[in-house]
Structures are given as structure tokens and as C-alpha cells.
Design a protein around this ligand. Structure first.
Ligand code: ATP
Ligand code: MG
Length: 559
């Protein structure tokens, strides 16, 4: 977490500074991250996590993890568990237990009763269609429900019926009695409770009425003593209702704090979906292998792809916290992980598309251990042993029979250095029946280990240095290359739906890659720079006899 100490300031921190200076909230800063468990978290949520947990940490306050679980049909324990894991992995340390809005259903129900008794809420028996029709629109005020002036006792009796399950879904709702003519649609007698005959993942069959988000949220915040309730801009127009709920309950119910809601811009990334609902569609329709498919912008997908928590925090810091919506270039996210891995990932060699190179003058049967640094700029990371023998694999793309001087790789008749090893000269090629080159022959110069033969008389300049893996000691592995999941920069705006702009080349599986032997024992999620290829991460599909690597990000920006 120390890497975050120089987190830039932003308007939320300025608000908190001002509140602290004015002695508000008794000098406390308590935030919360309130996901609905209706899907896996995505990179957009990471921004909210970094903000809420980050602010709490910076001010010596606390941040709660609270599940906003008021829609039983869409929510599940699978989502609860995944969200918890993801927050934990990102480094969010919540205060006390994990909390659930559904833990407060009793108190929220009492709040509803208090509002009814004080004349601030009524049971509406209009049909859902009538309620929608009578709400009006932006230009026309709403129409009062014929049930708006029901007496307190009748409201209490009907609400008890709702609670007892003697009414059906859609027969009645509890509404706040505010103002059907308000220019803010959210204040036109919003629904506070509705009947749902659904089993809830956390409360089971205890309830058949469920409070709405707009009613649940301020009460949950107040119960938990939240001081600053940070949410995205789409809730701006809901803030008057948030305040109405808490102000109207003042004097009726006692809470430890009077929280305030502040809105910040949500994170939008080009080429990326940041909506749980649409990501769920990709999973349900089988366009990806699951929520943690490495192409998904979910936290679990990014993790499987090879992203580190530090890189995600760094990215969120770079994006900043503003009040105006904008679209961030996904290249910024890629740059964040590239910088992190460039600094921290050990180096290794892996040949993605192997072509055999036979060294004709290598002493028969000899295996030599070459030493290579784990990281070129960080000696403290130590060294590794790389076996060298008379047959190695090089990448198909590193050899041409003929090429001009711009081709800095192996060419027939010319020389390159095998990285950390000797200089070789290609002498011949061997073809299969179809005429395809299946083997390159070469000779090596035993005098060139660690020496620069650049200026050897009459030999010309070395073309370059290529990576390689010894054929007998190398480990066959699978490498999964990823490209962007969408061809459209704004997939959510595509008229024909998100599935219409999927990139058919978003996944390329290389079955026959060869990795240096040290990679055979690399644990799942360990990350490497495959020299000259990119940054890779060990996938959870790996087996000891067959590692699987995911491309995290290329060595440099490619778009
Ligand atoms: P989605 O539309 O993907 O379902 P949501 O807002 O409905 O997102 P919640 O589970 O309600 O998802 O979100 C939890 C918190 O994360 C909320 O405070 C929400 O404002 C915040 N959040 C969600 N998406 C983003 C985003 N793209 N950028 C920043 N914060 C976000
Ligand atoms: Mg939501």
C-alpha cells in the first residue's frame, strides 16, 4: 500500500479536508463500497474501490464492504464470494465483518412503519402500469394516486398484509408521500417497498417484501455511521431523495451519523464494457469462457490475465477522480501493467512458434549450463541457469533465407547471437515434402560466449540477438495470445448489440510453444517477461507437465 502514498488529491479529498477543518462528523471519515451481488466486479468498480478504501486509509478512517442486496432474483452467493475475493485481492481492507443491506431489513422495515405513522408514506393499490402512467414525464407533472390520502391505520394494515404475504406481486407497493409534481422524477412519490416472492440468497424466505435501493441505501449508510457516501454521477438526481429519507426520518429513528452523498464520474474505457449486465450477457451467450476469461475487464479476468493489484491502483490514480464523465483510453490501463511488469517481472525465454536449429559443430551429447540474469536492471533478483545443447528451438519469425540488413535476426549465411549464449551462423535449411522449412542448420563459434565479436575481421556486423530454448530440456507449453475483445471503441453503443462487434481474433492459442526449463515449476499467477515477446502470466489451467501462459500485455503499445 505504501506505493500509493503519493495519490493525487481530488475534489472528494478537498470536501473531506473541509469537513474535517469544520469539525464535521466528529472528525471521522467512514466510507463504504456497496456492490450489488448481481455479477462480478469490473475495472469500473476498481475505481470506486480505490477511491473508497484509499480515502479511508489516507484519513485514518474506515471503509465498509456492504452488499447492496435488495434484488433477490438477480443476486447469488457466487457473486457475493467473487466480489469479496476481488476486493480482498485488490487490497481493500474492510472494517469489521462483511456487511449486507439485507442484515438491516428489520430496521428498514421499522423506518417504513415510522414514515407511515408520520404520514410520509402510503400503500398504493394502483397496478404497476397505472403507477408508471401516472408518474408523468419530464414535461408533464405526475398525477396523485387515488390511494394517496389513505389514513395511517389503513396504510399500516395494508403494509402488514404486504409483509404477511396475503397480497400478490404488483397488487400493492409502499410509496413515499413527497410530491407528484416535482421536477425531479425521483421525488414523485417513489416506491419504497415492493412485493417479491423470491428466495433471497442471504435472508432466505424471511421476507416477501423488499425495500428499493433508494430507500435502503441512505438507511444502510446511516446505520453504519458512514460519513461520506461516494457514488457515481448517475445517482446525482437521486441525492434529493437520499436527503429526504434521512431528513424525514430524523426524530423518528436514531442513527449514528447523518451521511452525505457525493458523486464522481464513473470510469468509462474505450474498447471495454463496464456494465455487469452486459458482461453477464457475454458469459451467458458463451462469447467468453466465463467471468474470469482473461479477455474480460472483470477484476478476476484482469487477475487471470496477469494484472497486479498495484497496476490497477496505479491506473486508477492516473485516471483521477473528477466530476465530469469522460472516456479513458484502454492503452492507459495497458501502460500501467506494462510499467509494473517491466520493473518487477523476472525475464525468461519462451519460443512461441518453434523452428529447430541444429548446431552441427556442437560436441555430441554435451549440455552446457549458461547463466542469465533474472532481470537486466535488478541484480538483486539473481540469476538463472539455462541449458544449451546441440539442438535448440528458435522462433519461425526469427529466420529468413534471404533478407536485407534491416532484418535483425537470423538469415542463411549470416550470424546472430543466441541470447546469453554463443554466436551462430546459419549454413543450410531442411525442408519437408511440401517445401516448408522444418530445420535450420548452423555452426557456432565456441569463442563468443560473453564476448562481442562485432568487429571480428572480415565477418561483418552481427545482425542481432534472438531468444531460443534447448530442444531436449525445453518444456512444451501452451501460450494464449489475446487481442482486444471488441473491434469497436464503444461496444455498448453498437446498435446491433455488443455481440456484433466481437473481435474474432481476440484469442490465438499456440499449442506447441517451448519454454525454458525454469518455467515448468512457475506457480499459477506468476508473471514473466518472455524476452522479445511480451509479458506473460501462468494460467490456472497449467499442469506440471504442460504449463499454460496468458499474454498479459505486449512489450510496447501496439495500437
Ligand atoms: P453495473 O452497471 O456494472 O452493474 P453498478 O453501478 O450497478 O454497475 P454496483 O454493484 O451497484 O454496480 O456498484 C458498486 C459501486 O461501484 C457503486 O458505488 C458504483 O457507483 C460503483 N461503480 C460501478 N461502476 C462504476 C464505474 N464504471 N466507475 C466507477 N465506479 C463504478
Ligand atoms: Mg447498481
Amino acid at each position: 500500500m505504501s506505493e500509493r502514498s503519493e495519490t493525487p488529491t481530488h475534489f472528494i479529498r478537498q470536501i473531506i479536508d473541509r469537513d474535517l477543518a469544520e469539525g464535521k462528523h466528529g472528525g471521522r471519515v467512514v466510507t463504504r463500497f456497496p456492490p450489488e451481488p448481481n455479477g462480478y466486479l469490473h475495472i469500473g468498480h476498481a475505481k470506486s474501490i480505490c477511491l473508497n478504501f484509499g480515502v479511508a486509509e489516507q484519513y485514518g478512517g474506515a471503509c465498509n464492504l456492504r452488499f447492496d442486496d435488495t434484488n433477490p432474483e438477480k443476486e447469488s452467493d457466487e457473486y457475493v464470494n467473487s466480489i469479496r475475493n476481488d476486493v480482498e485481492w485488490l487490497g481493500g481492507r474492510w472494517d469489521g465483518q462483511v456487511r449486507f443491506a439485507s442484515d438491516y431489513f428489520d430496521t428498514i422495515h421499522e423506518c417504513a412503519l415510522a414514515l407511515i405513522r408520520a404520514g410520509h408514506a402510503y400503500v398504493d393499490s394502483q397496478s404497476p402500469e397505472q403507477i408508471a402512467a401516472n408518474r408523468g414525464n419530464f414535461t408533464t407533472p405526475g398525477t396523485d394516486s387515488p390511494y394517496r390520502d389513505r389514513g395511517v391505520d389503513e396504510n399500516l394494515a395494508l403494509f402488514a398484509d404486504m409483509r404477511a404475504g396475503t397480497l400478490d406481486e404488483g397488487q400493492a407497493v409502499l410509496r413515499a408521500r413527497i410530491d407528484m409534481a416535482s421536477p425531479n422524477m425521483n421525488l414523485r412519490d417513489p416506491v419504497l417497498y415492493r412485493i417479491r416472492r423470491a428466495r433471497h440468497h442471504h435472508t432466505g424466505d424471511t421476507w416477501c417484501i423488499y425495500p428499493m435501493y433508494d430507500f435502503t441505501h441512505p438507511i444502510s449508510d446511516a446505520i453504519e455511521g458512514i460519513t461520506h457516501s461516494l457514488c457515481t454521477l448517475e445517482f446525482e438526481a437521486h441525492r434529493p431523495l437520499y436527503d429526504w429519507v434521512l431528513d424525514t426520518l430524523t426524530g423518528l429513528v436514531d442513527f449514528p451519523s447523518r451521511p452525505r452523498q457525493y458523486e464522481f464520474a464513473r470510469l468509462n474505457l474505450n474498447y471495454t464494457l463496464t456494465s455487469k449486465r452486459k458482461l453477464k450477457q457475454l458469459v451467458d451467450e458463451g462469447h467468453v469462457s466465463g467471468w474470469d476469461d482473461p479477455r474480460m475487464p472483470t477484476i478476476s479476468g484482469l487477475r487471470r490475465r496477469g494484472y497486479t493489484p498495484a497496476s490497477i491502483w496505479r491506473f486508477c490514480d492516473m485516471v483521477g477522480v473528477a466530476r465530469a464523465d469522460s472516456v479513458v483510453d484502454v492503452a492507459m490501463l495497458e501502460a500501467a501493467i506494462r510499467d509494473d511488469l517491466n520493473q518487477h517481472a523476472p525475464r525468461a525465454m519462451c519460443v512461441l512458434r518453434p523452428l529447430k536449429l541444429v548446431i552441427e559443430n556442437w560436441p555430441a551429447g554435451q549440455v552446457e549450463q549458461l547463466e542469465a540474469p533474472m532481470h537486466p536492471q535488478n541484480e538483486a533478483m539473481g540469476t538463472r541457469q539455462i541449458p544449451m545443447s546441440g539442438e535448440v528451438f528458435i522462433d519461425r519469425e526469427d529466420f529468413l533465407e534471404e533478407a536485407n540488413k534491416k532484418f535483425k535476426r537470423l538469415v542463411l549465411g549470416d550470424r546472430v547471437r543466441l541470447r546469453y549464449g554463443y554466436v551462430v551462423r546459419a549454413t543450410d535449411v531442411i525442408r519437408d515434402a511440401q517445401g516448408e522449412i522444418v530445420e535450420v542448420r548452423c555452426t557456432y563459434d565456441p569463442d563468443t560466449l560473453g564476448k562481442n565479436p562485432e568487429n571480428d575481421e572480415g565477418q561483418g556486423k552481427l545482425r542481432g540477438v534472438i531468444h531460443w530454448v534447448s530442444a531436449a530440456q525445453g518444456v512444451p507449453c501452451e501460450v494464449r495470445l489475446y487481442d482486444r475483445l471488441f473491434t469497436s471503441a464503444s461496444p455498448e453503443r453498437e446498435e446491433d448489440g455488443v455481440a456484433s462487434c466481437l473481435n474474432p481474433a481476440s484469442l490465438t492459442v499456440l499449442e506447441g510453444a517451448m519454454a525454458e526449463p525454469s518455467l515448468a515449476v512457475a506457480p499459477v499467477e506468476s508473471r514473466f517477461q518472455f524476452e522479445r515477446e511480451g509479458y506473460f502470466c501462468v494460467d490456472r489451467d497449467s499442469r506440471p507437465d504442460r504449463p499454460v501462459f496468458n499474454l498479459t500485455v505486449g512489450l510496447r503499445e501496439s495500437f
